[in-house]
Design a protein around this ligand. Structure first.
Ligand code: DGY
Length: 324
């Protein structure tokens, strides 16, 4: 009797997705859902041809050398900075991610974070819950205007464009963006966005949203020098990846009021958060949940599972990142 291929699901996923994978494969799961250490991951991957990962599992040359049977790694995320793609290609391992299914949901959250940050929603809620509200005042928690202001977007992929559409069409914002490559005229018109240099973006944005992928080039794309170029009344929103912002420099800028406020869903070294950010009131902090609606997280897990099934049964993935 032919033995069915063995796969690992590195983090807990929806039971229906596990059941679907069990129709095709011998499936090992991580019932505790704690991220594996690199050594544990290598141990669990022995004899496995495929694995479903999240951003918590690093797939690098050392792991690939220790897991020679591995053929495919399917990330339940659109970002894949946890993959060393050249090393995967060299080892003949295919990687996949989950584009499209989370675009609008993530853009909704980016906008929610922008609104909460600009309008000081969590800061004022903490004040109220602490029993400090004893009178209404004209300037109480007066924040920054959103409608009609200038929205800057750094990174103009699918999610950046979805945020631009919300800003331009929903809030009458003047949208400017910077990206490695400029969009074509039709795409710029669809989201009413104007291409500017990075320096112009930093200087002109009232609200700057970061949506670019993390890489060696984008590491600390927003550091002390960039923060110094922004308006002191501006807000910064990061829904991309920790590491794109120098969190220590940001904490100082917020404390010294050289930047009005920040909304952060991602952090350098998460789930740890720089203590300087926990100390300042003018920052809204959320635990990497921009794509977290049940419908979208299910769609991401389904797409990752579909990629695994398609590649291991038909040799063709739906959203491949490399040639494998
Ligand atoms: C993504 O899809 O990249 C989200 O950040 C979840 O990791």
């Amino acid at each position: 009797m032919n033995q069915r291929p063995a796969i690992l699901i590195a983090r807990a996923v929806f039971p229906e997705v596990v059941a679907r994978l069990r129709e095709h494969f011998e499936v090992e799961t991580n019932d505790e859902d704690a991220p594996f250490t690199p050594a544990q991951l290598i141990e669990r991957l022995q004899g496995k041809v495929g694995v479903l990962t999240t951003g918590s599992e690093r797939i690098d040359a050392a792991l690939l050398a220790a897991c020679p049977q591995l053929k495919v790694v399917c990330n339940i995320a659109v970002g894949y900075n946890n993959f060393d793609v050249p090393a995967m290609t060299a080892a003949g391992v295919l990687g996949t991610n989950t584009p499209d299914v989370l675009t609008e949901t993530t853009a909704d959250f980016g906008f929610a974070l922008l609104m909460a940050t600009a309008r000081r929603i969590t800061e004022s809620e903490h004040f109220l819950r602490a029993g400090q509200w004893n009178r209404w005042a004209l300037d109480m928690f007066a924040g920054a205007e959103v409608h009609g202001s200038t929205l800057g977007i750094l990174g103009m992929g699918r999610i950046g464009q979805a945020i631009a559409r919300r800003g331009a069409h929903g809030f009458g914002m003047n949208v400017i963006y910077h990206n490695r490559s400029r969009l074509d005229a039709e795409s710029e018109a669809a989201c009413r966005a104007r291409y500017v240099s990075k320096a112009e973006l930093l200087q002109q944005a009232d609200h700057l949203v970061l949506v670019l992928p993390y890489s060696a080039e984008s590491h600390h794309a927003i550091g002390a020098a960039e923060l110094a170029q922004m308006k002191p009344t501006a807000t910064l929103v990061n829904i991309a990846r920790g590491g794109i912002v120098d969190d220590a420099a940001l904490a100082v800028a917020l404390r010294e009021k050289r930047l009005a406020a920040a909304g952060l869903d991602v952090f350098e070294g998460e789930p740890c958060v720089h203590p300087g950010l926990l100390d300042v009131p003018n920052v809204v902090l959320t635990p990497h949940i921009a794509s977290a609606t049940l419908k979208t997280r299910r769609a991401m897990a389904d797409l990752a599972a579909d990629n695994l099934i398609a590649y291991l049964t038909r040799g063709e993935a739906l959203t491949p990142l490399n040639a494998g």
